[in-house]
Design a protein around this ligand. Sequence first.
Ligand SMILES: Cc1cc2nc3c(=O)[nH]c(=O)nc-3n(C[C@H](O)[C@H](O)[C@H](O)COP(=O)(O)O)c2cc1C
Length: 184
Amino acid sequence: MSRPCLNTRNLAPRRVLVLFAHPALERSRVNRHLVEVARNVPGVRVHDLYEAYPAFNISAKREQQLLLEHDAIVFQHPFYWYSVPAILKEWQDIVLEHGWAYGSGGTQLAGKLTLNALTTGGPEQAYGPNGWNHFSIREFLAPWEQTANLCKMKFLAPFTVHSALQYATAEQLAPQLRRRRPRS
Ligand SMILES: Cc1cc2nc3c(=O)[nH]c(=O)nc-3n(C[C@H](O)[C@H](O)[C@H](O)COP(=O)(O)O)c2cc1C
């Protein structure tokens, strides 16, 4: 009788890469707390893009190697003009190469998980069909969702801390961090 085969791939702990983008960390109230929390989680590597590339000279090879070494990719950033800080757009343009991330033979990211972890100045009720911003955070992130689809990644719901400017201390922020699955 053959023995049952245990698929250990499903049991392997996930290696998480946080691609962090904040252009003015010294003025940050929330992201700097979030990123400190992330740095202390075993299996999580934080990669600060503005620190690594102050002149935006992003290395595709270095970034691609980091992506290959991780199973889940988190883009952490403040929400700027309903989108991301500029370096993340540059990162996409440089790193997600045709034939590597998408297109013919471009399967290097297939199966990896991805999500955006972001902070907004606006309150939660501002985001949605009845709010003054008219669209949900998930809808604003449609280009990120479709980019993930194109790269055959699994796009997860965003982690959002709304009304970020109201958190002056780490203690005030703590209940937000304990929320297991914030709504988008
Ligand atoms: C250039 C710029 C654009 C911004 N655009 C938005 C926006 O579109 N929607 C929003 O809710 N907040 C917006 N904000 C507020 C930031 O999202 C907020 O200051 C940030 O999330 C706070 O996080 P931090 O304390 O880590 O900096 C913007 C702030 C700046 C500086």
